[in-house]
Design a protein around this ligand. Structure first.
Ligand SMILES: *Cc1c(COP(=O)(O)O)cnc(C)c1O
Length: 413
């Protein structure tokens, strides 16, 4: 297969940025295909963390000393990097969180708690990660609104006719992922946002799997909220971001109280809150991780997100072709638009056994429910094996994986 010259990726050069790819597992070269759970970290990001702690570790925003100024500047520069990377208009629309999960909990507990009434409805897709289901269930138990599920078709794509049919005058919010971590389905979030807005509802997009794999423009999508995690886009764990339209964030109350998020605090006169985004950033944030996440996004930008996405599409096509050789293998999730994620089961071989045995051959894939039990149950399984690709994966690694899978399947059958 040929690609456009300007979208070709030098994978050997990319690999040199990742020290971990040189290690062995059980005496075999590591083949890391668990990128949908977490991606590996390039040396530029590791060096950014190291540099922070060696040279300018300080608490931000309040200090008057040099280190505090430097840390604050780097932290706010990371906000600008996220703004630019997501296509947001204004850096005040970028709230740092611990990750996608916390970002969604923020929207549920702030926007949701003051806008959702007992007779209201929200639409949540069947493709969701538990982190975009459970926060809504917790809130619904307290507030009494109704959660309606947007169903998937037999290929694991959202049923858009059913989606349209779910709206009524009580629909307030749509919660959907941009790309499914379990199946790799790419959802038509721009079209979904337009339909939600026609009905006066907002849309929250869980972008944890889209940010690392395709260009995202929150304004073009017209997302009201958009969430992602640093550790799935070559950054550190424990950090992520929420994009929210400024007018919405301004109207929302804080959801956690503490330092950093106030203007004034008084026992007599009460407390006034900081402006957005600081109103939603109570307490000392993970400063080093925020700065390093910014560095990770710069690393992606240097290579080119479209180039990474195109490379992963080639890997996906190659893997689909090679996996067809494995007898009794069934791929779950065959939507027409997919990212580099393949969920599969093999007849006569339990997913856990496959995962454990293939690890002995140096191949890391994920087995289990992928935090998407409702989806897997709908397809009649409790667990699948999942291989998911990143910029540093190669065709040769996919060949190694498929050959290892063949051996494992023969062993367990
Ligand atoms: C990983 C993931 C999450 C949760 O992200 P955390 O970093 O664990 O908060 C949510 N949604 C999707 C689609 C994911 O892939």
């Amino acid at each position: 297969m040929t690609v456009l010259a300007d979208l070709s990726l030098d994978v050997e050069q990319v690999r040199r940025d990742f020290p971990i790819l040189a290690r062995q597992v059980h005496g075999k070269p590591l083949v890391y295909l668990d990128n949908a759970a977490t991606s590996q970290t390039p040396r530029q990001v590791i060096e950014t963390l190291d540099h922070y702690y060696r040279h300018y570790n300080a608490n931000i925003h309040r200090g008057l000393h040099t280190l505090a100024d430097e840390a604050t500047a780097a932290f706010e520069q990371a906000r600008e990097i996220v703004r630019n990377f997501t296509g947001a208009a204004d850096r005040r629309e970028i709230v740092f969180t611990r990750g996608t999960t916390e970002a969604i909990n923020l929207v549920a507990n702030s926007w949701g708690r003051c806008n959702l009434k007992p007779d209201d409805e929200i639409l949540v897709s069947q493709l969701e990660h538990h982190s975009n289901i459970v926060p809504w269930q917790l809130l619904a138990e307290q507030l009494g609104f109704r959660i309606r599920m947007i169903p998937v078709d037999e290929r694991g794509a959202l049923d858009m006719a059913a989606y349209r049919g779910l709206f009524n005058e009580r629909t307030r919010l749509v919660a959907v992922n941009h790309i499914s971590n379990a199946f790799g389905t790419i959802n038509p979030v721009k079209e979904m946002a337009a339909i939600a807005h026609e009905h006066g509802a907002l849309i929250l997009v869980d972008g944890a799997q889209a940010i690392p794999h395709e260009p995202v423009d929150v304004q073009a999508i017209d997302a009201d909220f958009y969430a992602f995690s640093g550790h799935k886009v070559y950054g550190p764990t424990g950090v992520g971001a929420l994009y929210g339209k400024a007018a919405l964030l301004e109207a929302m109350p804080p959801w956690q109280g503490g330092g950093e998020m106030i203007k004034t605090v008084s026992f007599d006169a009460g407390t006034t809150y900081a402006d957005i985004p600081h109103k939603f950033e109570a307490g000392t944030p993970p400063i080093a991780n925020v700065i390093a996440m910014g560095r990770a996004l710069e690393w992606v930008t240097d290579i080119g997100i479209a180039r990474i996405g195109a490379w992963e599409q080639q890997l996906l096509a190659h893997a689909n072709e090679r996996l067809a050789e494995v007898e009794g293998l069934r791929i779950l999730g065959t939507a027409p638009r997919k990212a580099g994620v393949i969920s599969f089961v093999v007849e006569g071989a339990h997913a856990q056994d496959v995962g454990l045995l293939i690890d002995q051959l140096g191949v890391a894939i994920r087995t289990g429910n992928h935090c998407a039990q409702p989806l897997l149950h709908h397809f009649g399984v409790d667990a699948t094996c999942r291989a998911s690709f990143a910029a540093y994966n190669t065709r040769e690694e996919i060949d190694t994986f498929v050959e290892a899978l063949q051996r494992v399947v023969t062993m367990v059958r």
